[in-house]
Design a protein around this ligand. Structure first.
Ligand SMILES: Cc1cc2nc3c(=O)[nH]c(=O)nc-3n(C[C@H](O)[C@H](O)[C@H](O)COP(=O)(O)OP(=O)(O)OC[C@H]3O[C@@H](n4cnc5c(N)ncnc54)[C@H](O)[C@@H]3O)c2cc1C
Length: 471
C-alpha cells in the first residue's frame, strides 16, 4: 500500500490494479477504460464520484479477490447491487467499487417455493421470474431497486403485511466477510452472522447470492385514489385512522406529489390488496369512497404491474436527489401540517412526500429475532427532493431541509436503516438499529474489526473490554 506523508493511504498503485484485473474473471474498469464513466454513476445523479476502479464481479471468487485487494491496499470500498442507495454508497472517490450487477442468476424452485437470487438482481427481474409460476416474495416498490441491498436493510414492500419483510423471507445467504472468506449462512450455519445480515444493512460483507421463501401471489388489487392537494390535511387524517384497520392482506401508502399527466399537485392514497379480490374491494372501499376523490384508479392487476406502479420518475437513473426519512408511530396534526406545507411549497414537480405503513406480519416478529429491530406498527415517512438540473441543486435541497426541519420534530428519532441519509445525526443512526445495536456492534467487531464495510448506515465495531481481575 502507498502511504503518504500524512500517514493516510495514497492512490492505489497501477501495477496492483493490473494484477487484480488479471486475477478477476469479470472486468475491472479503470478511468481510461471504455464504459468506466457510465459504470461509476449510480441512481442518484447528485452523486458524482470517481473510484480508482470498478470490479464487475462474475462470481463469488471475484468478490473474494476484490475484498482482499481492498483490505490489503487500504482502499475505500463500495459495494453495489442495484445502485439505489440515495446517499450513493455504491460509488466513491479514489477507492474500489465491488459491482455485482453481472450476478443475475435467478433459480426458482416452484415445488419448494424458493428462489436462489444473484447479488446483482433487481426486483423487476426477480418478480418476473417468480411470477411465471405464480409466486412472489416481499420486495421493493420500485422495480429497478437491488434485491440484495433492499433485503439487507430489512425490505419493506406491498406483501409485508401478509408475508413479513424481505428479511423474514430470507432463508440463507452467501457472504464474503472482510477477511475474504466465503460463508453460507442460515438458521443453522453461523446463525449469528445470518441474524446480522437480516437488518444489518451491508455492514457484514458482500453477498453474492441469497435464497428466499416464496408465496402464491397472482392477481392483486392496486392503484391510486387521487385528491387535490388542498384536501391533503383532511385526507391524511382519514389515512391515519384507516391504516390501523387494515388486515394483513391490505396495504395503504400515501404520497403528496405532482400528478405527472395533469401537472397539478395532488395527494394520493396508494392502495393494495393481496387476496380474494371481492374481499379486497370491501376492505379498501372506505378509502375509495372518502372524499369523493378526483380519480379512483384502483383495479385488479398482475402483481408485476403493481410492482412498477411507482417507477415514474423513481426508477429513472441520473435524476438529482436528496432524501430524508424517519419512522413515526403517530401522524399528529403538527406532522400533517408540516408535510402539507412542504408539498404546497415544493420546488420541483418530481419531488414527493411518501408514507409507507408497516403492519401485520412485519410487526409480529420479535425485535431480537432478526437484526431489524423496528417491529411495530408505524409509518416510514420519506421527504424526497428530485430534480433534473445540477445547477438548481441549492434551491431543491433548501426546500427539503426546511421541510424536514418542520416535519422531523413530530417523528421518532429513528429511521428505516435503508433510508438513512449521510447527514442524519450519529445518534439517529444508532437509534435506527434499536435494541439490537450492541449485539450488532459485537458481531461487527468479530467479522469486520477494521470497518472495511463502512460506506453504509454504519455500525461501529465494539470490542469487548477484558474484565479486570480482582487483584
Ligand atoms: C427509488 C427507490 C425506491 C425504494 N423503495 C424501497 C422499498 O419499496 N422498500 C424498501 O425497503 N426500500 C426501498 N428503497 C431503499 C432501498 O432499499 C435502499 O436504497 C437499498 O440500499 C438499495 O439497494 P441497491 O442494491 O439498489 O443499492 P446499492 O446502492 O447498490 O447498495 C446500497 C448498499 O446496500 C449494500 N448492498 C447492496 N448490494 C449488496 C450485496 N449484494 N452485498 C452486500 N451489500 C450490498 C451495500 O452496503 C451498499 O452500499 C428504495 C430506494 C429507492 C432509491
Amino acid at each position: 500500500m502507498a502511504i503518504t506523508e500524512t500517514g493516510r493511504p495514497g492512490p492505489v498503485r497501477d501495477e496492483a490494479l493490473t494484477a487484480l484485473a488479471a486475477d478477476l474473471h469479470g472486468p475491472l474498469l479503470r478511468p481510461h477504460d471504455d464504459g468506466y464513466d457510465p459504470a461509476r454513476r449510480v441512481w442518484n445523479g447528485n452523486v458524482d464520484r470517481r473510484p480508482a476502479a470498478i470490479a464487475r464481479c462474475l462470481d463469488a471468487a471475484d468478490v473474494q479477490r476484490a475484498v482482499v485487494f481492498a483490505r490489503d491496499e487500504g482502499l475505500l470500498l463500495s459495494v453495489r447491487g442495484g445502485g439505489h442507495s440515495a446517499p450513493g454508497y455504491g460509488t466513491n472517490d479514489g477507492g474500489l467499487v465491488i459491482d455485482l450487477s453481472l450476478l443475475k442468476a435467478v433459480t426458482v424452485d416452484a415445488d419448494a417455493r424458493t428462489a436462489q437470487v444473484g447479488g446483482g438482481v433487481l426486483w423487476r427481474e426477480l418478480d418476473e421470474a417468480t411470477q411465471r409460476v405464480g409466486l412472489a416474495t416481499t420486495g421493493g416498490t420500485v422495480s429497478n431497486t437491488g434485491v440484495a441491498g433492499l433485503t439487507l436493510g430489512g425490505g419493506l414492500g406491498w406483501l409485508m403485511g401478509k408475508h413479513g419483510l424481505a428479511v423474514d423471507n430470507l432463508l440463507s445467504a452467501e457472504v464474503v466477510t472482510a477477511d475474504g472468506e466465503l460463508h453460507t449462512v442460515d438458521a443453522e450455519r453461523e446463525p449469528d452472522l445470518f441474524w446480522a445480515l437480516r437488518g444489518g444493512g451491508g455492514n457484514f460483507g458482500v453477498v453474492p447470492s441469497l435464497r428466499y421463501r416464496l408465496h402464491p401471489v397472482t392477481e392483486v388489487l392496486g392503484g391510486m385514489v387521487v385528491h387535490p392537494l388542498e384536501r391533503a390535511a383532511e385526507v391524511l387524517r382519514f389515512y391515519r385512522d384507516f391504516c390501523p384497520t387494515l388486515p394483513d392482506e391490505a396495504e395503504a401508502y400515501c404520497a403528496l406529489l405532482t400528478d405527472p399527466q395533469a401537472g397539478v399537485p395532488v395527494i394520493a392514497l396508494l392502495l393494495g390488496y393481496n387476496g380474494p379480490l371481492d374481499e379486497g374491494e370491501r376492505v379498501l372501499r372506505p378509502a375509495r369512497e372518502f372524499g369523493p376523490p378526483l380519480a379512483d384508479l384502483v383495479a385488479p392487476m398482475p402483481y408485476v404491474a403493481r410492482q412498477s406502479m411507482l417507477d415514474e420518475p423513481n426508477a429513472v437513473h441520473g435524476l438529482h436527489r436528496y432524501w430524508r426519512s424517519a419512522f413515526t408511530e403517530q401522524l399528529d396534526d403538527g406532522l400533517i401540517d408540516a408535510v402539507t406545507a412542504a408539498a404546497a411549497g415544493s420546488t420541483s414537480p418530481l419531488s414527493a412526500v411518501i408514507f409507507f405503513y408497516v403492519h401485520g406480519a412485519a410487526t409480529r416478529v420479535a425485535p431480537e429475532d432478526t437484526a431489524f429491530a423496528a417491529r411495530r406498527a408505524q409509518w416510514d415517512v420519506d421527504v424526497i427532493a428530485q430534480w433534473t438540473e445540477a445547477g438548481e441543486s441549492e434551491r431543491h435541497t433548501d426546500w427539503l431541509r426546511s421541510s424536514w426541519a418542520a416535519a422531523e420534530p413530530h417523528m421518532d428519532g429513528s429511521a428505516y436503516v435503508n433510508h438513512l441519509a449521510t447527514d442524519d445525526a450519529p445518534e439517529k443512526v444508532r437509534a435506527s438499529f434499536g435494541t439490537n445495536l450492541d449485539r450488532l456492534r459485537l458481531l461487527k467487531a468479530r467479522h469486520d474489526p477494521t470497518n472495511l464495510f463502512r460506506l453504509n448506515p454504519n455500525i461501529a465495531p465494539l470490542t469487548p473490554q477484558p474484565r479486570r481481575s480482582a487483584d
